[in-house]
Design a protein around this ligand. Structure first.
Ligand code: FAD
Length: 383
Protein backbone atom coordinates (compact mmCIF):
# COMPACT_ATOMS: atom_id res chain seq x y z
CA UNK A 1 0.00 0.00 0.00
CA UNK A 2 1.52 3.31 -1.04
CA UNK A 3 0.25 6.07 1.24
CA UNK A 4 -1.43 5.95 4.64
CA UNK A 5 -4.13 8.59 4.12
CA UNK A 6 -7.84 7.82 4.31
CA UNK A 7 -7.78 5.63 1.21
CA UNK A 8 -4.52 3.85 1.94
CA UNK A 9 -5.28 3.19 5.60
CA UNK A 10 -8.74 1.83 4.72
CA UNK A 11 -7.37 -0.45 2.00
CA UNK A 12 -4.60 -1.74 4.26
CA UNK A 13 -7.09 -2.32 7.09
CA UNK A 14 -9.45 -4.31 4.87
CA UNK A 15 -6.62 -6.35 3.38
CA UNK A 16 -5.23 -7.17 6.82
CA UNK A 17 -8.71 -8.07 8.03
CA UNK A 18 -9.00 -10.52 5.14
CA UNK A 19 -5.80 -12.18 6.33
CA UNK A 20 -3.31 -10.72 3.86
CA UNK A 21 0.15 -9.58 4.89
CA UNK A 22 0.36 -5.87 4.20
CA UNK A 23 3.24 -3.42 3.93
CA UNK A 24 2.26 0.25 4.03
CA UNK A 25 4.79 2.73 2.65
CA UNK A 26 4.13 6.29 3.79
CA UNK A 27 6.31 9.18 2.64
CA UNK A 28 5.61 11.41 5.63
CA UNK A 29 6.33 10.85 9.29
CA UNK A 30 2.71 10.08 10.23
CA UNK A 31 -0.52 8.54 9.02
CA UNK A 32 -3.73 10.25 7.94
CA UNK A 33 -2.47 12.12 4.86
CA UNK A 34 -4.57 15.21 4.23
CA UNK A 35 -6.95 14.13 6.98
CA UNK A 36 -4.25 13.77 9.61
CA UNK A 37 -4.49 15.33 13.04
CA UNK A 38 -1.97 17.97 14.00
CA UNK A 39 -0.86 18.45 17.61
CA UNK A 40 -0.46 22.14 18.44
CA UNK A 41 -0.22 23.95 21.77
CA UNK A 42 -1.39 20.80 23.53
CA UNK A 43 -4.51 20.45 21.36
CA UNK A 44 -5.44 18.22 18.41
CA UNK A 45 -6.55 20.06 15.29
CA UNK A 46 -7.20 19.11 11.68
CA UNK A 47 -5.81 20.28 8.36
CA UNK A 48 -8.55 22.84 7.92
CA UNK A 49 -12.17 22.13 8.81
CA UNK A 50 -12.09 18.44 7.92
CA UNK A 51 -15.47 16.88 8.42
CA UNK A 52 -16.34 13.36 7.47
CA UNK A 53 -19.74 12.68 6.06
CA UNK A 54 -20.90 9.69 4.03
CA UNK A 55 -24.29 8.21 3.24
CA UNK A 56 -22.75 4.90 2.19
CA UNK A 57 -23.56 2.14 4.72
CA UNK A 58 -20.33 0.26 3.86
CA UNK A 59 -18.22 3.31 4.69
CA UNK A 60 -20.15 4.22 7.81
CA UNK A 61 -20.09 0.66 9.12
CA UNK A 62 -16.34 0.46 8.67
CA UNK A 63 -15.86 3.89 10.28
CA UNK A 64 -17.87 2.86 13.33
CA UNK A 65 -16.07 -0.49 13.51
CA UNK A 66 -12.79 1.42 13.83
CA UNK A 67 -13.89 4.39 15.92
CA UNK A 68 -16.25 2.48 18.23
CA UNK A 69 -17.94 4.92 20.59
CA UNK A 70 -15.03 7.38 20.63
CA UNK A 71 -16.76 10.12 18.70
CA UNK A 72 -19.04 13.07 19.24
CA UNK A 73 -21.54 14.70 16.96
CA UNK A 74 -20.76 18.21 15.76
CA UNK A 75 -23.55 20.49 14.64
CA UNK A 76 -21.63 22.90 12.50
CA UNK A 77 -22.35 26.58 12.31
CA UNK A 78 -20.99 27.71 8.97
CA UNK A 79 -20.73 31.43 8.50
CA UNK A 80 -19.60 33.73 5.75
CA UNK A 81 -17.49 36.82 5.86
CA UNK A 82 -18.64 39.37 5.10
CA UNK A 83 -22.06 38.27 6.30
CA UNK A 84 -23.70 39.08 2.95
CA UNK A 85 -20.87 37.95 0.75
CA UNK A 86 -20.83 38.44 -2.98
CA UNK A 87 -20.93 35.07 -4.72
CA UNK A 88 -17.67 35.46 -6.59
CA UNK A 89 -14.62 37.58 -7.13
CA UNK A 90 -12.55 36.97 -4.02
CA UNK A 91 -8.77 37.05 -4.08
CA UNK A 92 -8.82 33.28 -3.73
CA UNK A 93 -10.95 32.93 -6.82
CA UNK A 94 -8.26 34.70 -8.79
CA UNK A 95 -5.65 32.18 -7.74
CA UNK A 96 -7.44 28.91 -8.23
CA UNK A 97 -10.78 28.59 -9.84
CA UNK A 98 -13.09 25.75 -9.04
CA UNK A 99 -11.13 24.38 -6.11
CA UNK A 100 -12.94 23.13 -3.11
CA UNK A 101 -14.57 24.77 -1.22
CA UNK A 102 -16.38 27.04 -3.60
CA UNK A 103 -19.46 28.17 -1.73
CA UNK A 104 -19.34 31.24 0.40
CA UNK A 105 -22.91 31.69 1.53
CA UNK A 106 -24.21 30.44 4.86
CA UNK A 107 -24.29 26.74 4.21
CA UNK A 108 -26.54 24.11 5.71
CA UNK A 109 -23.98 21.44 6.57
CA UNK A 110 -25.52 18.40 8.28
CA UNK A 111 -24.26 17.36 11.68
CA UNK A 112 -21.37 14.97 11.45
CA UNK A 113 -19.49 12.48 13.59
CA UNK A 114 -16.06 13.57 14.76
CA UNK A 115 -13.57 11.25 16.49
CA UNK A 116 -12.81 12.58 19.96
CA UNK A 117 -9.12 12.99 19.24
CA UNK A 118 -9.32 14.09 15.63
CA UNK A 119 -9.70 12.37 12.28
CA UNK A 120 -6.11 11.20 12.28
CA UNK A 121 -7.19 8.80 15.03
CA UNK A 122 -9.31 6.79 12.54
CA UNK A 123 -6.38 6.19 10.24
CA UNK A 124 -3.91 5.57 13.08
CA UNK A 125 -6.19 2.88 14.42
CA UNK A 126 -6.47 1.28 10.99
CA UNK A 127 -2.70 1.18 10.68
CA UNK A 128 -2.29 -0.16 14.21
CA UNK A 129 -4.63 -2.99 13.26
CA UNK A 130 -2.47 -3.77 10.22
CA UNK A 131 0.56 -4.07 12.50
CA UNK A 132 -1.33 -6.24 14.97
CA UNK A 133 -2.13 -8.59 12.09
CA UNK A 134 1.55 -8.95 11.26
CA UNK A 135 1.77 -6.19 8.64
CA UNK A 136 4.24 -3.32 8.64
CA UNK A 137 3.73 0.44 8.42
CA UNK A 138 6.88 2.12 7.13
CA UNK A 139 6.81 5.84 7.91
CA UNK A 140 9.21 8.33 6.29
CA UNK A 141 9.46 5.81 3.45
CA UNK A 142 8.54 7.33 0.10
CA UNK A 143 8.21 4.94 -2.80
CA UNK A 144 10.64 6.14 -5.45
CA UNK A 145 9.43 3.88 -8.23
CA UNK A 146 7.08 1.04 -9.01
CA UNK A 147 8.81 -2.06 -10.27
CA UNK A 148 7.16 -3.27 -13.46
CA UNK A 149 7.88 -6.56 -15.19
CA UNK A 150 6.18 -7.19 -18.50
CA UNK A 151 3.18 -4.94 -17.76
CA UNK A 152 2.77 -6.30 -14.26
CA UNK A 153 3.57 -4.25 -11.17
CA UNK A 154 5.63 -6.60 -9.01
CA UNK A 155 6.96 -4.36 -6.27
CA UNK A 156 8.30 -1.03 -5.17
CA UNK A 157 11.72 0.58 -5.15
CA UNK A 158 12.58 2.91 -2.28
CA UNK A 159 14.84 5.96 -2.28
CA UNK A 160 17.79 3.90 -1.06
CA UNK A 161 17.30 1.65 -4.15
CA UNK A 162 16.06 -1.31 -2.07
CA UNK A 163 13.39 -3.27 -3.93
CA UNK A 164 10.50 -5.04 -2.21
CA UNK A 165 8.43 -7.53 -4.15
CA UNK A 166 4.67 -7.70 -3.63
CA UNK A 167 1.81 -9.69 -5.17
CA UNK A 168 -0.30 -6.54 -5.47
CA UNK A 169 0.39 -2.84 -5.19
CA UNK A 170 -2.25 -0.27 -4.30
CA UNK A 171 -1.29 3.34 -4.92
CA UNK A 172 -2.99 6.31 -3.31
CA UNK A 173 -0.49 8.80 -4.67
CA UNK A 174 -2.08 11.44 -6.85
CA UNK A 175 -1.85 10.07 -10.43
CA UNK A 176 0.24 13.10 -11.37
CA UNK A 177 2.84 11.82 -8.89
CA UNK A 178 2.32 8.16 -9.77
CA UNK A 179 3.01 8.85 -13.47
CA UNK A 180 6.46 10.10 -12.49
CA UNK A 181 7.17 6.95 -10.51
CA UNK A 182 6.66 4.45 -13.30
CA UNK A 183 9.71 3.22 -15.17
CA UNK A 184 9.93 3.93 -18.89
CA UNK A 185 6.50 5.45 -19.50
CA UNK A 186 5.64 6.61 -23.02
CA UNK A 187 6.21 10.33 -23.56
CA UNK A 188 2.46 10.99 -23.83
CA UNK A 189 1.87 9.48 -20.38
CA UNK A 190 4.69 11.47 -18.81
CA UNK A 191 3.28 14.62 -20.42
CA UNK A 192 -0.22 13.84 -19.12
CA UNK A 193 1.16 13.41 -15.60
CA UNK A 194 3.07 16.66 -15.84
CA UNK A 195 -0.05 18.39 -17.17
CA UNK A 196 -2.12 17.53 -14.12
CA UNK A 197 -1.74 20.55 -11.93
CA UNK A 198 -2.27 20.29 -8.22
CA UNK A 199 -2.80 23.29 -6.00
CA UNK A 200 -1.29 23.85 -2.59
CA UNK A 201 -2.76 24.86 0.74
CA UNK A 202 -1.12 26.86 3.49
CA UNK A 203 -2.90 26.54 6.82
CA UNK A 204 -1.92 29.15 9.38
CA UNK A 205 -2.89 28.22 12.92
CA UNK A 206 -3.19 31.05 15.42
CA UNK A 207 -3.40 30.62 19.17
CA UNK A 208 -5.86 33.10 20.62
CA UNK A 209 -6.49 33.80 24.27
CA UNK A 210 -9.75 32.74 25.82
CA UNK A 211 -12.45 30.40 24.67
CA UNK A 212 -15.03 30.47 21.89
CA UNK A 213 -13.84 33.67 20.32
CA UNK A 214 -16.69 33.36 17.83
CA UNK A 215 -19.53 30.88 17.48
CA UNK A 216 -18.94 29.56 13.96
CA UNK A 217 -17.34 26.18 13.35
CA UNK A 218 -15.86 27.62 10.21
CA UNK A 219 -16.40 30.71 8.11
CA UNK A 220 -16.14 30.87 4.33
CA UNK A 221 -14.43 34.12 3.41
CA UNK A 222 -15.43 36.06 0.32
CA UNK A 223 -13.86 39.37 1.14
CA UNK A 224 -11.78 40.69 -1.78
CA UNK A 225 -9.60 42.61 0.66
CA UNK A 226 -8.52 39.36 2.36
CA UNK A 227 -6.42 36.59 0.93
CA UNK A 228 -7.69 33.85 3.20
CA UNK A 229 -10.52 31.67 1.91
CA UNK A 230 -11.71 30.06 5.13
CA UNK A 231 -11.37 30.47 8.88
CA UNK A 232 -11.83 27.56 11.27
CA UNK A 233 -12.50 27.89 14.97
CA UNK A 234 -11.37 24.63 16.60
CA UNK A 235 -13.01 25.64 19.87
CA UNK A 236 -16.34 24.76 18.32
CA UNK A 237 -15.52 21.17 17.27
CA UNK A 238 -15.22 18.52 19.97
CA UNK A 239 -14.19 19.42 23.53
CA UNK A 240 -11.93 16.35 23.92
CA UNK A 241 -9.63 17.54 21.13
CA UNK A 242 -8.88 20.65 23.21
CA UNK A 243 -7.38 18.37 25.87
CA UNK A 244 -8.28 20.85 28.60
CA UNK A 245 -6.20 23.68 27.17
CA UNK A 246 -7.72 27.09 27.91
CA UNK A 247 -6.83 28.85 24.66
CA UNK A 248 -8.48 28.65 21.25
CA UNK A 249 -6.84 27.57 18.01
CA UNK A 250 -8.09 29.35 14.89
CA UNK A 251 -6.87 28.39 11.41
CA UNK A 252 -6.82 30.48 8.25
CA UNK A 253 -6.48 28.70 4.91
CA UNK A 254 -4.71 30.02 1.85
CA UNK A 255 -4.69 28.34 -1.54
CA UNK A 256 -2.13 28.88 -4.25
CA UNK A 257 -0.41 27.20 -7.15
CA UNK A 258 3.15 25.90 -6.83
CA UNK A 259 4.37 28.57 -9.23
CA UNK A 260 2.87 31.46 -7.28
CA UNK A 261 5.34 33.54 -5.27
CA UNK A 262 3.01 33.15 -2.28
CA UNK A 263 4.07 29.48 -2.00
CA UNK A 264 7.67 30.59 -1.40
CA UNK A 265 6.93 32.91 1.50
CA UNK A 266 8.67 32.41 4.86
CA UNK A 267 6.63 31.02 7.75
CA UNK A 268 6.76 34.37 9.57
CA UNK A 269 5.22 36.09 6.57
CA UNK A 270 2.29 33.69 6.54
CA UNK A 271 1.77 34.12 10.28
CA UNK A 272 1.93 37.91 10.07
CA UNK A 273 -0.58 37.93 7.19
CA UNK A 274 -2.97 35.64 9.04
CA UNK A 275 -2.74 37.69 12.25
CA UNK A 276 -3.58 40.86 10.38
CA UNK A 277 -6.38 39.24 8.39
CA UNK A 278 -8.00 37.62 11.42
CA UNK A 279 -7.93 40.96 13.21
CA UNK A 280 -9.30 42.69 10.09
CA UNK A 281 -12.40 40.48 10.18
CA UNK A 282 -13.20 41.94 13.58
CA UNK A 283 -13.61 38.43 15.01
CA UNK A 284 -10.54 38.60 17.24
CA UNK A 285 -8.59 41.52 18.61
CA UNK A 286 -4.97 41.46 17.44
CA UNK A 287 -3.77 41.58 21.06
CA UNK A 288 -5.56 38.31 21.71
CA UNK A 289 -3.42 36.47 19.14
CA UNK A 290 -0.64 34.86 21.12
CA UNK A 291 1.24 32.70 18.65
CA UNK A 292 1.15 31.31 15.11
CA UNK A 293 2.33 28.31 13.08
CA UNK A 294 2.20 27.85 9.30
CA UNK A 295 1.65 24.42 7.75
CA UNK A 296 2.36 23.92 4.06
CA UNK A 297 0.22 21.22 2.44
CA UNK A 298 1.53 20.64 -1.07
CA UNK A 299 -0.49 18.95 -3.80
CA UNK A 300 -3.67 19.16 -1.79
CA UNK A 301 -6.14 20.50 -4.36
CA UNK A 302 -7.09 19.48 -7.85
CA UNK A 303 -7.19 22.35 -10.31
CA UNK A 304 -10.07 22.09 -12.73
CA UNK A 305 -8.47 23.05 -15.98
CA UNK A 306 -10.20 22.15 -19.18
CA UNK A 307 -7.35 19.70 -19.93
CA UNK A 308 -7.83 17.74 -16.69
CA UNK A 309 -10.11 15.03 -18.11
CA UNK A 310 -7.94 14.61 -21.21
CA UNK A 311 -4.78 14.08 -19.13
CA UNK A 312 -6.55 11.71 -16.75
CA UNK A 313 -7.82 9.66 -19.69
CA UNK A 314 -4.28 9.17 -20.99
CA UNK A 315 -3.10 8.11 -17.55
CA UNK A 316 -6.07 5.84 -17.05
CA UNK A 317 -5.42 4.05 -20.34
CA UNK A 318 -1.83 3.43 -19.39
CA UNK A 319 -2.46 2.43 -15.78
CA UNK A 320 -5.35 0.13 -16.68
CA UNK A 321 -2.90 -1.75 -18.88
CA UNK A 322 -0.78 -2.66 -15.85
CA UNK A 323 -1.86 -5.67 -13.82
CA UNK A 324 -1.08 -6.05 -10.13
CA UNK A 325 -1.89 -2.36 -9.53
CA UNK A 326 -4.95 -0.72 -7.98
CA UNK A 327 -5.11 3.07 -8.16
CA UNK A 328 -7.13 4.98 -5.58
CA UNK A 329 -6.90 8.26 -3.79
CA UNK A 330 -7.05 11.99 -4.06
CA UNK A 331 -7.29 13.46 -7.57
CA UNK A 332 -7.23 10.04 -9.14
CA UNK A 333 -10.21 8.21 -10.42
CA UNK A 334 -12.19 10.46 -8.09
CA UNK A 335 -11.14 13.98 -8.84
CA UNK A 336 -12.84 15.72 -5.98
CA UNK A 337 -12.07 13.35 -3.18
CA UNK A 338 -13.35 13.35 0.35
CA UNK A 339 -12.50 11.15 3.26
CA UNK A 340 -15.61 9.05 2.64
CA UNK A 341 -14.71 8.53 -1.02
CA UNK A 342 -11.15 7.72 -0.04
CA UNK A 343 -12.32 5.08 2.41
CA UNK A 344 -14.72 3.56 -0.13
CA UNK A 345 -12.06 3.39 -2.82
CA UNK A 346 -9.74 1.69 -0.35
CA UNK A 347 -12.43 -0.87 0.48
CA UNK A 348 -13.15 -1.56 -3.18
CA UNK A 349 -9.46 -1.91 -4.02
CA UNK A 350 -9.13 -4.45 -1.22
CA UNK A 351 -12.13 -6.38 -2.59
CA UNK A 352 -10.50 -6.44 -6.02
CA UNK A 353 -7.46 -8.09 -4.49
CA UNK A 354 -9.16 -10.42 -2.02
CA UNK A 355 -12.24 -11.46 -4.00
CA UNK A 356 -11.21 -10.54 -7.52
CA UNK A 357 -14.31 -8.32 -7.41
CA UNK A 358 -13.46 -6.49 -10.61
CA UNK A 359 -14.55 -3.02 -9.44
CA UNK A 360 -13.54 -0.46 -12.02
CA UNK A 361 -11.88 2.09 -9.76
CA UNK A 362 -11.63 4.58 -12.64
CA UNK A 363 -15.37 4.59 -13.19
CA UNK A 364 -17.56 7.52 -12.20
CA UNK A 365 -18.13 7.29 -8.41
CA UNK A 366 -21.88 7.03 -9.08
CA UNK A 367 -21.21 3.51 -10.43
CA UNK A 368 -20.14 2.43 -6.96
CA UNK A 369 -23.02 4.08 -5.12
CA UNK A 370 -24.77 1.83 -2.64
CA UNK A 371 -28.54 1.55 -3.09
CA UNK A 372 -29.19 2.10 0.62
CA UNK A 373 -28.33 5.24 2.53
CA UNK A 374 -27.31 5.66 6.13
CA UNK A 375 -26.05 8.26 8.54
CA UNK A 376 -24.05 8.14 11.72
CA UNK A 377 -25.89 9.50 14.74
CA UNK A 378 -24.92 9.85 18.40
CA UNK A 379 -26.49 6.44 19.09
CA UNK A 380 -25.17 4.61 16.05
CA UNK A 381 -25.98 4.04 12.43
CA UNK A 382 -29.43 4.86 11.09
CA UNK A 383 -30.45 3.26 7.77
C1 FAD B 1 -7.74 21.87 3.51
C2 FAD B 1 -8.53 20.62 3.24
C3 FAD B 1 -9.80 20.47 3.78
C4 FAD B 1 -10.53 19.31 3.53
N1 FAD B 1 -11.76 19.18 4.10
C5 FAD B 1 -12.43 18.02 3.95
C6 FAD B 1 -13.68 17.82 4.58
O1 FAD B 1 -14.19 18.70 5.25
N2 FAD B 1 -14.31 16.62 4.43
C7 FAD B 1 -13.76 15.59 3.69
O2 FAD B 1 -14.35 14.51 3.62
N3 FAD B 1 -12.59 15.77 3.06
C8 FAD B 1 -11.92 16.95 3.17
N4 FAD B 1 -10.73 17.13 2.53
C9 FAD B 1 -10.27 16.08 1.62
C10 FAD B 1 -9.76 14.87 2.36
O3 FAD B 1 -8.82 15.26 3.32
C11 FAD B 1 -9.11 13.99 1.33
O4 FAD B 1 -10.03 13.70 0.31
C12 FAD B 1 -8.68 12.64 1.88
O5 FAD B 1 -8.05 12.80 3.12
C13 FAD B 1 -7.76 12.04 0.85
O6 FAD B 1 -7.31 10.80 1.27
P1 FAD B 1 -6.37 9.97 0.30
O7 FAD B 1 -5.94 8.78 1.05
O8 FAD B 1 -7.08 9.75 -0.97
O9 FAD B 1 -5.16 10.93 -0.04
P2 FAD B 1 -4.07 11.61 0.89
O10 FAD B 1 -4.65 12.03 2.17
O11 FAD B 1 -3.41 12.63 0.02
O12 FAD B 1 -3.06 10.41 1.19
C14 FAD B 1 -2.05 10.03 0.31
C15 FAD B 1 -0.86 9.61 1.14
O13 FAD B 1 0.14 9.11 0.26
C16 FAD B 1 1.39 9.54 0.72
N5 FAD B 1 2.30 9.50 -0.42
C17 FAD B 1 2.31 10.30 -1.52
N6 FAD B 1 3.32 9.95 -2.33
C18 FAD B 1 3.93 8.89 -1.75
C19 FAD B 1 5.04 8.06 -2.10
N7 FAD B 1 5.72 8.26 -3.23
N8 FAD B 1 5.40 7.07 -1.27
C20 FAD B 1 4.73 6.84 -0.11
N9 FAD B 1 3.68 7.61 0.28
C21 FAD B 1 3.29 8.59 -0.54
C22 FAD B 1 1.14 10.95 1.24
O14 FAD B 1 2.15 11.35 2.15
C23 FAD B 1 -0.22 10.77 1.91
O15 FAD B 1 -0.11 10.44 3.27
C24 FAD B 1 -9.98 18.28 2.73
C25 FAD B 1 -8.70 18.42 2.19
C26 FAD B 1 -7.97 19.58 2.42
C27 FAD B 1 -6.59 19.69 1.85
Amino acid sequence: MIGAGAGGAAAAYCLAKAGLEVDVYEASGGVGGLARSVGLWGQSVGVGPQHFFSADPRVNELWLEVVGGDFEMVEPVVGSHPARAAAAGSGLGGLLRGVWPRHGRRAAVPEFAHPRHGFGEVYSRMCEFVEKRGGRVHLDTPVAQLVVDDDRVVGVRLNNADVYEHDHVVSSMPPAVLAGRLPAVPAAVAAAGAGLTLGNTVVVYLLTSGQSVFRDTWINVRDPSLRTGRITNFDNWVPAAKRGEPETVVALEYWCSGEHEFWRWEDEQYVALARNELAATGLVDIDEILDGVALRVPKSLPVYRESLRRHLDVLEDHLQGLSGLEVIGQHGPIVRNRQGHGILMGMLAAQNIVEDAGHDLWADPAVHAHPATSRITATGLVY
